[in-house]
Design a binder for this molecule. Structure first.
Ligand SMILES: [Ca+2]
Ligand SMILES: [Ca+2]
Ligand SMILES: [Ca+2]
Ligand SMILES: [Ca+2]
Length: 435
């Protein structure tokens, strides 16, 4: 095999000295480099489609980011980030020819590739979702319960700059942490609310089951509620618990009208009653283009308060640079664009009937309501939201639920099974495979 030295301009404008191999793909790479002066090969590339190309004619090498990470890598300059993935060899990039491989990557199981460059193939940390205290107050345990098992810091550099959870916090629906209560009717509070109080400890929990419903992954799931976030009936919850907390609603909510309820004026007051949210700051893996999570929304408002100004919301607010991120940043909505409330198109765990002028076929039946406290009411059943993200970016994801107009007639959401996806997905929500 012939070898020679190439003087090349890398995708980030650095001069890199590369040891060339005279195979077709490498010849093609050398030819598209604007300042390449390689004399290593013995002729023209065998095909014009061999290897990546400068497809936007900006004289910058556009590397094939889906390049097989098992292909031989010729980049050897320890300080040049040849593949442009943000890591040089000196910073721990064990394959400087593939953006799929670097210390910031997710080590996807089963493909035999050490994507995260720690020297061991297919060893992404898993199984951290075990044995949490239902009443536990550590929001990092909520992240673990959702299946996020890697943690990092905002300013990490080099091989320490992994993907992972940067921070987790229990907050109110607008991201704040001091309740603006009181202004309600003065009835007895459930739990630890009150003026200036932090999020009510009974409004969140980490549960191993909710009636007969079990986690989608691992041993536990996160529960957020506008009442008491526990299974079954707990005092006034879920019929009429007052947790004595308030915040603003997330920007853009409540939505001014609902396509699901023509002619009904939805309350436009931007006050979230008994709000509860979990906010996660996460560095996305450098080899992930989307993520998904599963949720299951229960509401006491079904069937008595369908299409009324009282209808509670669950939203998943995403801060991402991806262009598919909705304008109001809520990524959980039905195929009509309705956010999740008693009026969304997914209310399918219930007894069939006509309520609030709407027909509910309830194809999943009421069985999953048993033991939850929402017997004779309704739920969506497990749903899966998928959203596209930018590889390696820092996102903020806030799962939020709140009562509208008053504090009673509660709603609860189960959350679990955050997963990274290699391919971009269409942002939206659908029924996951039953398993
Ligand atoms: Ca690199
Ligand atoms: Ca790399
Ligand atoms: Ca590994
Ligand atoms: Ca409530």
């Amino acid at each position: 095999m012939q070898r020679a030295q190439c003087l090349s301009k890398s995708s980030k404008g650095h001069i890199a000295v590369l040891a060339c191999r005279s195979i077709a793909s490498v010849i093609a790479i050398a030819l598209v480099l604007s300042v390449a002066t390689c004399s290593a090969n013995n002729g023209s590339p065998p095909g014009s489609d061999a290897g990546p190309a400068d497809d936007n004619s900006d004289s910058t090498f556009d590397i094939d980011i889906d390049q097989d990470p098992n292909a031989p890598c010729f980049a050897t300059d320890p300080h040049a980030d040849f593949d442009g993935d943000g890591y040089s060899i000196a910073q721990g990039d064990c394959n400087d020819c593939s953006r799929q491989v670097n210390p910031g990557a997710y080590d996807f199981p089963g493909n035999g590739v050490d994507e995260d460059c720690n020297g061991i193939v297919d060893d992404e940390p898993t199984g951290c979702d075990i044995g949490f205290d239902i009443e536990g107050l550590d929001p990092l345990d909520a992240a673990r319960s959702l299946g996020l098992c890697r943690f990092t810091t905002e300013d990490a550099v080099g091989e320490n700059r992994t993907w992972g959870v940067i921070s987790a916090q229990y907050v109110f629906a607008d991201g704040s942490t001091k309740s603006v209560y009181p202004d309600a009717s003065g009835a007895a509070c459930t739990g630890t609310g009150g003026e200036d109080a932090p999020p009510n400890a009974l409004s969140h929990g980490i549960l191993a089951s909710f009636g007969t419903v079990v986690p989608r992954d691992g041993e536990s799931m996160v529960v957020l509620s506008t009442g008491v976030a526990r299974e079954g009936v707990n005092g006034d919850s879920p019929e009429k618990a007052k947790m004595c907390t308030k915040s603003a609603t997330p920007s853009g909510f409540p939505t001014p009208s609902s396509a699901a309820c023509p002619g009904v004026t939805i309350d436009d007051t931007a006050v979230a009653n008994d709000p509860m949210a979990l906010e996660l700051r996460i560095r996305v893996p450098t080899n992930a283009k989307a993520f998904s999570f599963d949720f299951n929304f229960y509401t006491f408002e079904f069937p008595g308060f369908v299409c009324t100004p009282y209808n509670d919301f669950f939203v998943a607010i995403l801060e991402s640079d991806h262009l598919d991120t909705p304008a109001n940043r809520n990524i959980s909505f039905d195929n009509m664009g309705n956010p999740v409330s008693v009026n969304n198109g997914f209310m399918e765990v219930c007894k069939a009937g006509t309520y609030g002028g709407k027909s509910f076929p309830c194809p999943l039946g009421p069985a999953e309501l048993t033991g939850t406290g929402f017997e004779d009411h309704g739920a969506t059943g497990w749903l899966r939201t998928t959203a596209s993200v930018v590889p390696g970016e820092e996102i903020v994801l806030r799962f939020a639920i709140w009562d509208m107009r008053d504090e009673v007639v509660d709603s609860t959401v189960l959350l679990d099974n955050i997963q990274w996806e290699i391919e971009e997905g269409q942002t939206g929500t659908d029924r996951p495979p039953i398993y």
